[in-house]
Write a protein that binds this ligand. Sequence first.
Ligand code: BV8
Length: 230
Amino acid sequence: MKYKIMVFTGAGMSAESGLKTFRDSGGLWEDHRIDDVATPEAWKRNPEMVLRFYNERYRQLRQAEPNGAHLALAKLEAAYNVQIITQNVDDLHERAGSCNILHLHGELTKCRSNLDENVIYPMPPSGLQIGDLCKFGSQLRPHIVWFGEPVPAMIQAEKLVAEADLLIVIGTSLIVYPAAGLVFQAKPGVEIIIADPGELNYTLWDRAKHIRGNAATTIPILVEELLNKA
Ligand code: BV8
């Protein structure tokens, strides 16, 4: 059975691709408060503002490219069974060539029916407008898990983490739950490597190895070491 590497990524993974992290923006995205653009209440209250916010992030994403960390993780699949679980809503892991990717918080490149979360469409190139309707005639919304909404992929994610032989955590402040709780669900004895330039604002028992630095620098080196060991 191929050695299973679970990679859990957050906004720091895409920082060097030019996409702002949540924390470095002081908890704001493009100068918006979470409550104004990333909750179901915001969607009910001001759908135009929410669509403007996501259309702008979708536009930015199309100008962004996968960085060295995304590309290195794709290379790792040559020798290992690699599963990526990402909190990120960008498609940079996909564009880098990784195959097994689970998005916990949705995808900027998709939209969905307001009535049925399983009726999903590609995001139109020009983004979503009020009046863009699903096949049932309801307004299309971003295919994003907003704050206060359940995270349907959590059950699958927990199963995947439980099977990991190695857990690599990249670029996440582990603030958002239930996603953050995944890191504490690795089997006892499974090595945990955390790649992050910042201080870890969470106590992960002493078995976690902290590699300090930016992902586009640290992950290619880590991947080379793992490929040499395979
Ligand atoms: C739910 C999509 C219940 C949106 C996202 C109070 C306490 C605890 C929890 C809560 C609370 N109040 C409410 C909650 C629950 C809430 C939550 O956790 N809130 C937080 C803010 C406290 N969670 C929820 O609402 C979740 N749902 O609980 O539902 C429920 C259950 C059943 C039925 C009904 C309801 C849903 C949460 C999903 C929210 N959606 N994304 C969008 O993107 O537009 S979350 C979003 O923010 C991201 O997806 C990501 O998860 C998170 C940002 O976190 P990170 O990725 O970690 O990024 P951050 O900027 O914080 O950190 C970056 C890290 O990278 C840093 O460590 C930095 O040092 C590092 N870094 C920087 N540069 C680099 C780098 N690393 C490497 N290289 C670099 N170059």
